[in-house]
Design a protein around this ligand. Sequence first.
Ligand code: PEP
Ligand code: MG
Length: 762
Amino acid sequence: MLTTLKRIVQEVNQIPDLDNALSCVASRVKDALKVDSCSVYLANYEEQNLLLVATDGLAPDAIGHVAIGFSEGLIGLIGQREEPINISDAPAHPRFKHYPEVKEENYHAFLGAPIIHQRRVLGVITLQQRKRRKFSEDEEAFLVTLATQLALEIAHAEARGILTVNDSGTTSHWQKPLRGVPGSTGLAIGIGYIADLKVNLRNHVARRSDDAEGELARFKQAVYQTREQVADLSSRIATSVPDDVQGIFQLYHQLLDANSLGTEVEAKIQQGWDAPSALKLVVDVYVNQFRSMNDPYMQERAIDVEDLANRVLVNLLHSEQDLSKKLASVGESILIAEEVSAPMLAEFPRDKLRGIISMRGSNNSHAAILARAMGLPAVMGLTDVPLSLLEGKEILLDGYSGAVIVAPSESVREEFKQLVAEEQLLSERILKQADLEAVTIDGCDVSLLINAGLSAELENSHMHSGEGVGLYRTEVPFMLRQRFPSEQEQCSLYRSMLKAYPGKEICMRTLDVGGDKPLPYFPINEENPFLGWRGIRLTLDHPEIFLVQVRAMLRANIGYGNLKIMLPMITTVSEVVEAKRLIKQAYYEVADEEKMPEGALLMPKIGVMLEVPSVLYHLPQLAAKVDFFSVGSNDLTQYLLAVDRNNPRVAPLYDSYHPAVLAALNNIVQQANQLNTPVTVCGELAGEPGGAILLLAMGYRSLSMNSHNLLKVKWVIRSVDLSDAKALLAEVLALDEPREVKNRINHYLETIGLGGLVRAGI
Ligand code: PEP
Ligand code: MG
């Protein structure tokens, strides 16, 4: 059964348009299960019905005509109940409704399963048989499994549908936006630029073109380039590989021949497909043919054909220029990637970058934090959209709501531009207050610090408006290299940081890799990376990495004295004890090597991040060992709520405004005050207008955030009254849902004239 299912799904995946794909499903399923009919219905929420879109067994001319209301018939019932229905005699069922157009009079046995994606019923798939019989458990399991696979296909097609409608230049006033997770607030307009398009025919979506001549020339050029590359490759390795591998290159040359694959691709281009799509359509047939051969040697050749075609595709997509030339000529862009990384952002011209779309990741992935640090609007987790369809399109991005509009109509664009202008006005207003104190209306002082380091040199401006650095993430310099940075390299980097803020405290966090921050040269493959080898756990297991880093920090601090050291991901007291032992060892080594008299080398203050829930119940023990605490609300939220901060599927559950998270934060500051241990919040919550107000009300007087948010938060603090904030806190702590908390806060922000900070427009 599983093989049959896989085969069907694979075959269907190759079909570019949904209608044909679904009719293929209907026929293949009918044959595979030996039933008399298989049909697919798709939900139309505007019309509140399920439309028959494919069938093998019912009347073919009913396709596209028979629509069954959400509350009608057995099909409607499956949608309503959101579960399969298996009955031996459908006409005898009280919900059976006769639709003469479908001609199902002779059918009795009926099995239907809903097609559901992210809690939404997208359609229904049914099996019918003349005989009266109950479908077997195996058949039911097969249909349910198939439905889950179809759900993804349909969701993709829905997204594609939105894009292809816009492709053809239709400009309907109403445009359905794609929905992702808001990653970084702000609005952006730009052309989609794909940063890491994995060039692969399998994930290429077929597109049409009306420039056959142009596409032909493009294809010929790409084939020519590929031929050269293959020749070059084969001559370079000629002596070092066996003959049969050489044979593969021969095959490549033959396939590239104008009489072979080339002719067929050219024919497809003449039929109106663009060059990459023509290549895909032809190659898919070849690959399937090779795969279905009995001879294992010939089956293997499918891989060769695919590989060769992918090489041609690379040349087709990047034919004109190499990456740097391409980057040099980009206009105002929205950078799009499977997963946006710091190096990707580093190579993109900053003055052309308007916004970011990351297909993977969620609101608190490091890619989103990076976007916020750079003041770039971002949308994350746009999971159901084929990446390649966003390339080169005009995109409107709303980082407040997570909406993305592709190829907008004139009127939508104009409306959006108006909002962008209003946003600009707001940031000018905020800038005007940049040099004023962060003090509430009723005189409460707050210390605002900067989170730095995440993007190395990418963070810009306003760094000096903070009173120091509350969190310096040291991992980026590690991530940007091909090996661990040397002690000397680290030392100069840290020194430049300490030197840039003389007299202001710089809190450097020891290496916090693992989770969603991998090192390219130190791969960690784990089932549960966020619960795995991360932060202090990794560095304590590799004291050589930890010691070198701490030595670099201590050495960099000589002559400045403004360093603090912070330990990430602390779970137990013994980790602190061990880390302090190593810090002491590094201290004596550096003092000795630098020939400093006893006591002349400064021992920095040492603190811990509070981000693992266990420490909430261990604060007195920890306070006895350290000089300060810093709350990592990003991870604390993830661990308290057991929600992967990087997984868009559970993004709605990840919420630092969950009353339980707020209660934990409230409890931490009360305990820390009792213990006389200074405490800062350096998670993203501290940099959000609503978050800052609540933290202030709880009693936090030190907040650390990215430099962009710092100015906003300062503006917020200067606009609130601490007593109002306390009343708001008391109210939200008693609420049930994060959504209610946010509504309440947003309402408060609107009443004090700050609504423009949490939504588009002023
Ligand atoms: C946090 O977890 O809140 C934090 C500041 O650390 P990071 O986001 O780097 O994991
Ligand atoms: Mg953290």
